[in-house]
Design a protein around this ligand. Structure first.
Ligand code: GDP
Ligand code: IMO
Ligand code: MG
Length: 429
């Protein structure tokens, strides 16, 4: 039995989709425990590129059952568009299962996301505009709509009506928008009921039974630690808990069952949207990482902000997620750049911070303290073992391992499924 949690260690887009895709071939279930269609995972299989937003990358694995867990917020229109798009390309999404307890994104959540961002002006979060924050806010405020509500029309109507009682006041009086007719929303949800029903399961029961039978389950976190509403750079975060603990809550798998906590981390750093980012580069190296790394958001098409590897962030992520292993991705992007800076600590107005500052203001003022390592010149995209990597690439990884508080078990040397070096196999943990 293996229960593996895959977690982004930085600000997202570390290559979780690729990592899940590789491990997905060896597991029975791939569960998405948090987030919604704000995610964007690019997975390259046999030269074919797939872009997933809401579905877990496990949907591309031959045998794994993909599951949207209770912690996910589901936009049903986006869900079926994505399924249809995949099936049109020959992929098989028929195994997909959905927790009856997952919440659904209503059209009014998307409207609220956009108007709230506009209202914030310069202080905007830079959300994906997918209604994620307002849907989670309703969940916590106990006025959300769950998947199971769609199969009880009278309950659905009651819940939608009561949610809109307040929201329409806000939309009309605060944001100068038109009120939304509850019946339109009820019809919207009901229109998906027949297609949705066969997919709905008691996910927590099925997943735990699978583990009891010795099967393997992978939890594929969306977003990342630094976007976690508790552990991230609040308020510039998403509205869920993408960290390892959140994967337990969002899937109904208890912490005692987890066998590996695998942190996915780029060999440099990127971020989309607003918020602090100490190692961000505004010079030719930022542009280099952006173009050579192909750093464009899958979801919104925004260019990703780029910077050097931040080992303060890595240590912090290792700590709050209890990482057992790291998967360093995109090492190939750093080939031939001369010298590679690594952030080892921060300087905040003359004070050195070796660990993440607790105060948001300190983090906003953090200046990276760098050490540098020489880069390798050789093409590493064909390397398949650690020993095949040039000595300088090995030295860089060894230094990252020392600084990051966790052993490195996988290294990505290209976007393809096979462009991976396995040092320790988490399936054998
Ligand atoms: P996710 O959101 O964490 O799944 O990551 P994204 O898919 O948004 O972004 C990661 C990008 O890096 C994708 O385009 C991947 O195909 C690509 N990628 C993943 N691993 C590697 C790697 O080791 N080398 C290179 N060059 N690209 C990679
Ligand atoms: P994956 O799974 C990178 C960012 C948004 C914004 C903030 C809040 O591909 O790593 P939201 O719409 O969630 O309320 O936006 O979070 N964000 C991501 N950034 N990768 C993601 O997902 C992200 N999901 C949300 O850009 O700054
Ligand atoms: Mg992404």
């Amino acid at each position: 039995m293996a229960a593996i949690v895959v977690v982004g260690a930085q600000w997202g887009d570390e290559g979780k989709g690729k990592a899940t895709d590789i491990l997905g071939c060896q597991v029975d279930y791939v569960v998405k425990p948090n987030g919604g269609n704000n995610a964007g995972h690019t997975v390259v299989v046999g030269g074919e590129k797939y872009e997933l937003k809401l579905l877990p990358a496990g949907v591309l694995s031959e045998n794994a059952v993909p599951v949207l867990g209770n912690g996910v917020v589901i936009n049903l229109e986006a869900l079926f568009d994505e399924i249809d798009g995949l099936e049109a390309r020959g992929a098989n999404a028929s195994r997909l299962r959905i927790s009856a307890n997952a919440h659904v994104v209503a059209p009014y959540h998307q409207v609220l996301d956009r108007v709230q961002e506009r209202f914030l002006g310069k202080r905007a979060i830079g959300t994906t505009g997918r209604g994620i924050g307002p849907t989670y806010a309703d969940k916590v405020s106990r006025v959300g709509i769950r998947v199971q509500d769609i199969f009880d029309e009278s309950i659905l109507r009651q819940k939608v009506t009561s949610a809109l009682d307040v929201k329409n006041q806000i939309l009309v009086k605060m944001y100068n928008r038109k009120a939304i007719d509850p019946e339109r929303i009820v019809d919207y949800f009901l229109s998906y009921a027949d297609r949705l029903e066969p997919m709905v399961i008691e996910a927590e029961l099925e997943l735990n039974r699978a583990l009891d039978e010795g099967k393997h389950v992978l939890m594929e976190g969306g977003q990342a630690t630094m976007l976690d509403v508790d552990h991230g750079t609040y308020p510039f975060v998403t509205s869920s808990n993408p960290s390892a603990g959140g994967a337990c809550v969002g899937s109904g798998i208890g912490p005692t069952r987890i066998t590996s906590s695998l942190g996915i981390i780029k060999a440099y750093t990127t971020r989309v949207g607003a918020g602090p980012f100490p190692t961000e580069l505004f010079d030719k190296w930022g542009e280099f990482l952006q173009t050579t790394g192909g750093e464009v958001g899958v979801n919104t098409g925004r260019k990703r902000r780029c910077g050097w590897y931040d080992s303060v962030v890595a240590r912090y992520a290792s700590r709050v997620n209890g990482f057992t292993d790291l998967f360093v991705t995109k090492l190939d992007v750093l080939t031939g750049i001369g010298e590679i800076p690594i952030c080892v600590a921060y300087d905040v107005d003359g004070t050195r911070f070796d660990e993440m500052p607790t105060s948001q203001s300190d983090f906003h003022h953090a200046e990276p303290i760098y050490e540098t390592m020489p880069a390798w010149e050789e093409d590493i995209t064909g390397c398949r073992t650690f020993g095949e990597l040039p000595q300088r690439a090995q030295d860089y990884l060894n230094r990252l391992e020392e600084l990051s508080g966790c052993r490195i078990s996988y290294v990505g040397v290209g976007p393809g499924r096979d462009q991976t070096i396995v040092i320790n196999d988490v399936m054998e943990a």
